[in-house]
Design a protein around this ligand. Sequence first.
Ligand SMILES: Nc1ncnc2c1ncn2[C@@H]1O[C@H](COP(=O)(O)OP(=O)(O)OP(=O)(O)O)[C@@H](O)[C@H]1O
Length: 360
Amino acid sequence: MTEPIIKLEDVNVTFQQKNQTLPAVQHVNLDINQGDIYGIVGYSGAGKSTLSRTINLLQNPTSGKVTVNGRVFFDQKVTIKAKELRQERQKIGMIFQHFNLLNEQTVIQNVAFALKHSKLKEKEITAKAKELLDLVGLGEYANSYAAQLSGGQQQRVAIARALANDPKILISDESTSALDPQNTNQILDLLKDLNKRLNLTVILITHEIDAVKRIANKVAVMDHGQIIEKGSLIDVFIHPKQELTQKLIGFNDGPLKAIGLLTKSGERTQDETFVKLTYTGGEVNEPIVVKLYKDFSVAANIIYSNVDFLGDQLIGTLFISLQGDDANIRSSIAYLNSHNVTVEEIQQGKKQNESEAEAV
Ligand SMILES: Nc1ncnc2c1ncn2[C@@H]1O[C@H](COP(=O)(O)OP(=O)(O)OP(=O)(O)O)[C@@H](O)[C@H]1O
């Protein structure tokens, strides 16, 4: 297995504020692989920016270990010389909510500015800046002034500037937070495109879960300086374990409440088995309800169904009640499991009580 491009081991950052000690980042362990789009999501103050700044030592950890591109930057103390750190930082581009462009300079001058200290000659710098502007779809705006561009276009210039030194990693710290939904999606799609074309590793710091949903393949949820949940986007979205994760992703507990109420009111009989089915796109190509009835004599009533997208992956969710002979119900669940449908049985007692408690 290849080494992660970024490895954070038990990273802590503590700030002293007056007489108080503030643990901004606590015991963070994170492996980010080359080519990942890693979403780091959480509410304001969770420690996301501070954590991302430890990657290039813009913020020194209080303790822990930071390894980037195979170089140990920090191991309980800074372990890299200042000059080498400057070189290594060039491999890590950053973009922010505010574009920080030089408004009185042209777009191409803004990008060329990042190459000022490179070994390239002036002509080469101009050619490279033009190439970068083409890459972000702004070639025709090269000679416009930064201030004349829309927010989305200005963020594109900032992206071109961040890519000037051919970084392997791009840290996007709330880069779409100041943009309207259309520009947000265009910038996110550009990041995804750059990730594919350049094999660029992207760290997407955001409080907007939809941004993560649109382009990330991995996600970490931060709360009070800690990573409380992390993993592949699909796993975390389908099986969110922490309450905060459920809240962030807008986990719909309506179906559980409905099942609780149905059983409580006696509308449904005790011999029903309630299940939640989850499947990813293309995997369910037989009509489940018909199949269960025809082959297993199990009647399936749909309580709730939904389809959602994670990137371009379709995720289907179905809450159904199964009625029939117990052995047949078991066989039908086994059938579903063997057809790439995740089946979760809803323990009426437990989930019902939980959902009732929430409903009060
Ligand atoms: N340089 C600093 N000195 C003291 N406290 C700081 C410093 N930087 C951040 N903090 C504090 O650390 C905590 C985490 O801040 P951080 O900016 O990392 O959170 P965040 O999740 O990125 O939120 P936001 O999106 O609002 O910036 C906050 O309580 C913040 O006030």
